[in-house]
Design a protein around this ligand. Structure first.
Ligand SMILES: NC(=O)c1ccc[n+]([C@@H]2O[C@H](COP(=O)([O-])OP(=O)(O)OC[C@H]3O[C@@H](n4cnc5c(N)ncnc54)[C@H](OP(=O)(O)O)[C@@H]3O)[C@@H](O)[C@H]2O)c1
Length: 334
């Protein structure tokens, strides 16, 4: 049997993307087949399309790190789920297709009062934010945190997760001038216009010179020194992206005296078992807030699968606020 999926003619720009037919995957032991209703665009998809971020070995080469839909078939040994269950899932690839494989222990039940489009904007960014703020970054209630780019998918999720799980945390968030007001509306304590203000100086004022407890960074080289200046004694810097580059200088003296830590973290390359443990922790901590719609993903725009190239152009242009979703199933199923 065949299915439609987004394919890449050859590594390059968004014009290389097209919808074509490929064989429908068959679930193996411990896996399920999801009939995908919606998926979403993540930064990694653009880098993979350009040929600079190959799918992990053995995983689907089709783009797409998450999928929301209905279970269409079960692989051997899957007993906790049944055909027809509505789910959302992290996938290591293959989300931009009518059917996608997922590990049964990576599935999350789609809450009834969340649409498939919303459900498709949860797994990658909320799991990334949850993992790196709480499990890697060890953020505790009462601490202070800086996240960069508060209008992005991961960081709108990070803001909501802090407000839900550690309401005593004080958040500082950077944004470009056109996004400052909307980030302020999300209810953070201090928004920094990163084009006009030095966020390390603002961090000093924000913490009465003590320095921050945690910084979540995806800018990399250009922000390393300022991130470390912004942190206080015992502060942690979690690096989840390197958009400005991977190499720069580090003042080891200051890091040593202040007993600071820098931790790099990637979700996609973690093992199936590590992801299952993360998802179980997330399910217990965050699903009640999703079910009650206290947490709802911020969605900037929804594109039909055929306009996937437009969705990639929009992501690259960076004017979006929150997530860009892709609708896979025919209009009518929300
Ligand atoms: N390590 C992992 O496992 C993992 C997983 C998922 C994502 N990521 C990474 O996390 C990052 C965010 O992903 P995303 O999906 O949220 O992307 P996104 O929606 O494009 O968000 C990125 C945000 O960064 C902001 N930004 C750009 N330059 C900035 C700067 N110099 N200072 C502060 N903010 C800046 C942009 O907003 P402005 O318009 O305000 O600049 C934008 O809102 C990406 O680098 C992605 O690769 C890592």
């Amino acid at each position: 049997m065949v299915m439609n999926a987004v394919l890449v003619r050859k590594a390059g720009g968004p014009e290389q993307l097209y919808v074509g037919e490929v064989p429908r995957p068959v679930p193996g032991k411990g896996q399920v087949l999801i009939r995908v209703v919606a998926t979403s665009v993540n930064g990694a998809d653009l880098v993979q399309r350009a040929g600079r971020y190959p799918a992990p070995r053995g995983e689907s080469e089709i783009l797409g790190l998450e999928a929301a839909g209905e279970i269409a078939a079960l692989g051997a040994g899957v007993s906790d789920w049944k055909v027809g269950d509505e789910v959302m899932s992290l996938v290591a690839g293959g989300g931009y297709a009518e059917y996608a494989l997922a590990w049964a222990d990576h599935l999350l039940p789609k809450p009834e009062n969340i649409s498939f489009t919303e459900a498709a904007c949860i797994a990658e960014v909320y799991l990334t934010a949850y993992l790196n703020l709480f499990l890697v970054g060890e953020l505790e209630d009462g601490e202070t945190v800086l996240v960069h780019g508060g209008g992005g998918g991961v960081n709108t999720a990070a803001i909501q997760l802090c407000q839900e799980l550690v309401p005593g945390v004080r958040m500082m968030v950077t944004a470009s001038p056109k996004k400052v007001e909307r980030v302020q509306d999300l209810g953070v304590h201090r928004v920094v216009n990163y084009r006009a203000e030095d966020f390390a100086e603002v961090a000093k004022e924000f913490t009465s010179a003590r320095g921050l407890d945690l910084v979540l960074d995806h800018i990399g080289a250009d922000y390393l020194d300022a991130n470390m200046r912004a942190l206080g004694v015992g502060g942690r810097l979690v690096v989840i992206g390197i958009s400005s580059g991977p190499r720069t200088e580090l003042n080891l003296g200051r890091m040593m005296v202040k007993r600071q830590r820098i931790i790099g973290s990637v979700l996609r390359s973690r093992t199936v078992e590590e992801k299952a443990a993360l998802i179980a922790s997330f399910r217990a901590a965050v699903m009640p807030a999703l079910e009650a719609r206290r947490i709802v993903p911020v969605i900037h725009a929804v594109f039909p699968l055929e306009l996937v190239g437009e969705a990639h152009r929009a992501m690259a242009a960076g004017a979006h606020f929150g997530k860009l979703a892709l609708k896979v199933a025919p209009v009518g199923i929300e």
